[in-house]
Each structure stands twice: as C-alpha cells, then as structure tokens.
Design a protein around this ligand. Structure first.
Ligand code: ADP
Ligand code: MG
Length: 279
C-alpha cells in the first residue's frame, strides 16, 4: 500500500506534527528535504491577520529576529508566503517548553536554576544591548534543546527602542497575566528593559519554587498581589537566592535590579569560574 503523501511546503520542507499553538500562529515540526534537518515552521493565517496592527507586528517580528544572533535565541532562517499564509522557518528546539519540563519533573535545584537563569540573562542582555525588548517572556516562550540549553523565542510582541506599539500591552494582558509587571498594570507607560527583568524574576521563581509567585483565584486579586509585590519565597531557597528574587521582583522600577547588577549578583556569579573551567 502506498503511504500517504506528506504535506510539503514549496517543495523545500516536509510539514510534520503540530508543536505548539500560540495566540496568532501554529508551529509545526518541519524537515528540510535538501539535508534532512529539522526546523520549526511558524505559520500565520493571513485571513486572521488582516488587522493592520497584527500585520505590522509580524513585520516587526521578522525584522527583530533577523537582527538577532545568539546561542540562546532561536534563529529565523527564512520567511515564505503563500496566498493565505505566512511561514517563518526557524531553528527547531527539541526539548520543547521549559515549563513542560518543570511540570513533568518538578522544580529544579538552585544549581540547575542558576544555569538556566544565566542563559536567560545572557539572551535578554544581548537583546537589550541591541535595543530589542522581548516583552513577552513567559513559560511558553522559553524552550530547552536536547542538550539542556535554553532558547528564547516568540518576538511577536517585542519592540525596538524608541518605537511605540500601542497594542502590545493588550496582547500581554490576554496572554499570561501572572507574568505582567506592576508598571504595566499601573498603565503609566513602561520601560521595556525593566519589564523583561521582572519576567525573568518570575521565571526564576517558578523553576525554583514549582509555583507562581503571584497567583489568585481571580484576576483582581492577582493584580493586587503583583502591584503590592506580595509573594512568599519557598523555604528551601538560599538567602542569596531570596535576595536576588526580591531585587528582580521589586515593584519599583527605579530600584529594580539592572542586567549589569544581575551579572555581579553573588547568587548569579557563584562558582562561575569553576563551571567555566569544567567546560
Ligand atoms: P505565538 O506567537 O502564537 O505565541 P510562538 O512562537 O510562541 O507562537 O510558538 C507557539 C508554541 O510553539 C511555543 O509555545 C512552543 O511550544 C512551540 N514552538 C515555537 N517555536 C518552536 C521551536 N523553534 N521549536 C520547537 N517548538 C516551538
Ligand atoms: Mg508564544
């Protein structure tokens, strides 16, 4: 019996299983038929993106991804378009989302968390140094490859320094409210770098604790906790880690820790030399 013909994309990529679904796009596994290598194919439906804001978001996502080259950021290889769809061909990250991992195996040790956090900060610091703010760092957008290395993805809400994107906040809101920084809730404008640092704080907290720092059965309750910065660090966290978390989840953006300060934080730098030597 003949096997079913695989769905092909422009004769270049074989489309495989669905990897994930976001608000606007579906991401499939793909195989580059010229070399057999795996890729991820992010597919936008043009009918759904007639809204001009969204179209400009996709253009921004392309231009931002094209300018980023970093080992902890997924690479965009090419963009293809058909009559109804736009496809991003991107680096395939085999391990899936970091948080699916955490869900499966539970929270990680401080040493493991430190390794992930260093990679996260390396990627975020690199983006900021290039004037790019991700603005949507959350569990679904942090992936882990088969070597255990972290890769950030989804620059769909990111912005470039100096650029104003009116709709950005709303998408962030409907995404994962638990990750929203207090200054966004206060609606008085915000600094992209500080928002990303807040999200990194939440991510670090979740992988260490296994639960969200700000959670409530209703949204208003959750927002209150975020704005007041009321959370409880797990008992098992070291004092150094608790201190760093308090600096990341500082509701005051004037005193919240900066990337440069993170790079010199005692918990962050612990055994840095040793690890480098072991590599
Ligand atoms: P959206 O902008 O719609 O949120 P994302 O780019 O975040 O789309 O992709 C949606 C989901 O697809 C991710 O949360 C993840 O599970 C999966 N995914 C995205 N990119 C990759 C990739 N490069 N490799 C593996 N899985 C991916
Ligand atoms: Mg996403």
């Amino acid at each position: 019996m003949m096997s079913a013909t695989k769905k092909m994309l422009f004769g270049k990529y074989e489309i495989g299983k669905l990897l994930g679904c976001g608000a606007f796009a579906k991401v499939y596994h793909g195989r580059d038929v010229s070399n057999g290598k795996s890729v991820a194919i992010k597919c936008f439906n043009k009918n759904k993106i007639q809204d001009s804001n969204l179209t400009s978001n996709i253009k921004t996502e392309i231009s931002i991804m094209r300018r980023l080259r970093h080992q902890n950021i997924v690479r965009l290889f090419e963009v293809l378009a058909s009559r109804n769809k736009i496809y991003f061909v991107i680096e395939f990250v085999k391990g899936g989302e970091l948080f699916t991992r955490i869900e499966k195996t539970g929270r990680v040790t401080e040493n493991v968390a430190r390794g992930y956090f260093r990679q996260l900060i390396s990627a975020v610091g690199y983006c900021h140094s290039r004037g790019v703010f991700h603005r949507d760092l959350k569990p679904e957008n942090v992936l882990i490859d088969d070597k255990g290395d972290l890769k950030i993805t989804d620059f769909g809400l990111s912005a470039v320094k100096g650029q104003v994107r009116k709709d950005g906040m709303f998408h962030t809101w409907c995404g994962t409210p638990a990750y929203v920084a207090p200054e966004i809730l206060r609606k008085r404008g915000y600094d992209g770098a500080m928002v990303d640092i807040w999200s990194c704080g939440i991510i670090l907290f979740v992988i260490i604790a296994g639960y969200l720092p700000f959670n409530d059965s209703n949204l208003i309750g959750m927002y209150k906790k975020i704005c007041n910065g009321t959370y409880r660090c797990p008992k098992w966290a070291s004092p150094e880690l608790k201190h760093l978390i308090s600096r990341l989840l500082d509701t005051n953006t004037d005193t919240r820790i900066s990337i440069d300060e993170i790079l010199n934080d005692p918990w962050f730098v612990k055994d840095l030399g040793k690890e480098e030597l072991e590599k």
